[in-house]
Design a protein around this ligand. Structure first.
Ligand SMILES: *[C@@H]1O[C@H](CO)[C@@H](O)[C@H](O)[C@H]1NC(C)=O
Ligand SMILES: *[C@@H]1O[C@H](CO)[C@@H](O)[C@H](O)[C@H]1NC(C)=O
Ligand SMILES: *[C@@H]1O[C@H](CO)[C@@H](O)[C@H](O)[C@H]1NC(C)=O
Ligand SMILES: *[C@@H]1O[C@H](CO)[C@@H](O)[C@H](O)[C@H]1NC(C)=O
Ligand SMILES: *[C@@H]1O[C@H](CO)[C@@H](O)[C@H](O)[C@H]1NC(C)=O
Length: 423
């Protein structure tokens, strides 16, 4: 009897919470449809002047370039298009650290950890933005819009992004977001992913809430149409446009090589690109796809697949130009330095389950209703001279943004609701 009552009660509470949740979604939608636009965008300058950005650098502690070959000086104006589920959080940490170290000016989001994704990027989404403001680094999740981004950055800014094999990306997004994508809720059975891929059209609807997470997510992130048919000539045109916008495209699959090219392009040091893999998922939660399902996933994400193949070719041409042997040496050196840092900073020699993370400062954001994202425990007795660098290298995106002064109230509200409803 009382058990029954308890059940009833908890279901009422659940519904109440869902109501609040929906209200929250409505609130977000309201914000999305009413981005506080600057008055008159047509009268804005097309790009911010180089002189203004160089002013930002006046007190930059740029290390003197010691190498003989290097006439270059470190590049500080950077646009990183942070794609979803591509190891981009690890790159973000590298950029945050570099920016902090050199006192660069970040264009940060307000109230949350992205620029009102999935609505297209607008300058008005930048924290404390005023017409004509210039920044050094833009690096948080957004739906890319080149013309808008260009207004924030000097003309010499380096545009960078990162891609990942579309099948792995699709699998990852499916896992990470399925509870946030209502159209997956009615897929029955153990292996929802396989069921979906076997007949996507019977579940998918282009207009359904958050459906973009499940189709050509890369194309969507780049501000492109993610529903183009495989034979649509606009796919090739869009890819060609992107190849003109981006100076360097990194690959999750060739992450170390990518960072070496990044270092080379930006004239940075190996120290600048040291990293611990952040936001990785527990191995057991990764679905291994059969070759048949892999083929279906590629077909379903054809635009992303073409994008990936295009840049894969240009990537390896760059590695060739850089020198294969030189690349091998550099990668080995990076690995050596990374494991040195791991030895210095991390307890138990590697990533651990979220439940085992003792210090909440290092607890990464988890998907709805799960705790599959791994994190680290920092060693207790770190040599004081390494303490700060260890802390920074281990700090997940949300906590790092907080420390950079972003309030994140919407993200936190969402996080609280997500835990209240599903745990
Ligand atoms: C919009 O333009 C009007 C008139 O020029 C000005 O008074 C107002 O402050 C502007 N608003 C914003 C948000 O820039
Ligand atoms: C924008 O500003 C320009 C010049 O300042 C003005 O001529 C134009 O009418 C304005 N447009 C709108 C939509 O307010
Ligand atoms: C540069 O910054 C440091 C502290 O970060 C400060 O002590 C120094 O006075 C600054 N130099 C200039 C030229 O502003
Ligand atoms: C994850 O699983 C794959 C295949 O099941 C295995 O090859 C790999 O070594 C595992 N990685 C870790 C870190 O356990
Ligand atoms: C990417 O390029 C490398 C080197 O040419 C090649 O081995 C690999 O198969 C390519 N990957 C894809 C998915 O095309």
């Amino acid at each position: 009897m009382s058990g029954l009552k308890g059940n009833k009660c908890s279901s009422v509470v659940r519904r109440l919470i869902l109501l609040v949740l929906l209200t929250n979604i409505l609130l977000v939608l309201y914000c999305l449809t009413n981005p506080r636009q600057g008055n008159n965008s047509s009268s804005r300058r097309a790009t911010c002047p180089l002189s203004a950005a160089q002013l930002l650098q006046k007190n930059v502690s740029v290390p003197p370039q010691s190498t003989k070959s290097g006439e270059c000086s470190p590049k500080v104006n950077i646009m990183f298009m942070k794609t979803h589920k591509t190891a981009s959080s690890t790159v973000l940490n590298i950029l945050f650290r570099f920016g902090e170290k050199h006192k660069l000016k970040f264009a940060l989001p307000k109230g949350r950890n992205d620029f009102f994704y999935p609505s297209p990027f607008r300058c008005s989404q930048v924290k404390d933005y005023r017409l004509g403001d210039c920044f050094n680094i833009v690096c948080n999740h957004m739906r890319f819009d080149h013309q808008e981004v260009a207004k924030l950055l000097p003309a010499d800014a380096v545009y960078i992004t990162i891609l990942r094999d579309p099948v792995a990306l699709f699998e990852s997004a499916f896992h990470y977001y399925h509870r946030a994508v209502p159209l997956t809720w009615r897929i029955d059975g153990e292996d929802k992913l396989a069921r979906f891929l076997n007949s996507p059209q019977s579940f998918y609807s282009a207009n359904a809430f958050n459906s973009f997470y499940l189709k050509n997510l890369l194309f969507f992130d780049f501000g492109l149409d993610n529903h183009l048919e495989a034979d649509d000539p606009r796919i090739a045109r869009d890819i060609n446009d992107l190849s003109k916008r981006f100076h360097l495209v990194l690959f999750a699959e060739y992450f170390e090589e990518s960072l070496i090219l990044l270092k080379d392009t930006l004239c940075w040091t190996t120290e600048d690109i040291l990293y611990f893999k952040l936001n990785a998922r527990r191995n057991s939660s990764v679905s291994r796809l059969t070759p048949e399902l892999r083929a279906k996933a590629l077909q379903w994400n054809e635009a992303d697949w073409r994008l990936y193949q295009h840049f894969n070719v240009t990537f390896w041409a760059r590695v060739e130009a850089y020198g294969r042997e030189r690349m091998k040496r550099e990668v080995n050196e990076l690995r050596r330095r990374n494991s040195e840092m791991m030895e210095i900073c991390i307890e138990e020699g590697g990533a651990v389950e979220a439940q085992k993370i003792q210090d909440r400062r290092f607890l990464p954001w988890q998907p709805i209703g799960e705790s599959s994202i791994l994190g680290y425990n920092m060693k207790k007795n770190i040599d004081p001279k390494f303490r700060t660098i260890c802390e920074k290298m281990l700090t997940p995106e949300i906590q790092y943004l907080s420390s950079l002064g972003v309030s994140l109230w919407l993200t936190r509200l969402w996080g609280w609701l997500k835990d209240a409803v599903w745990i």
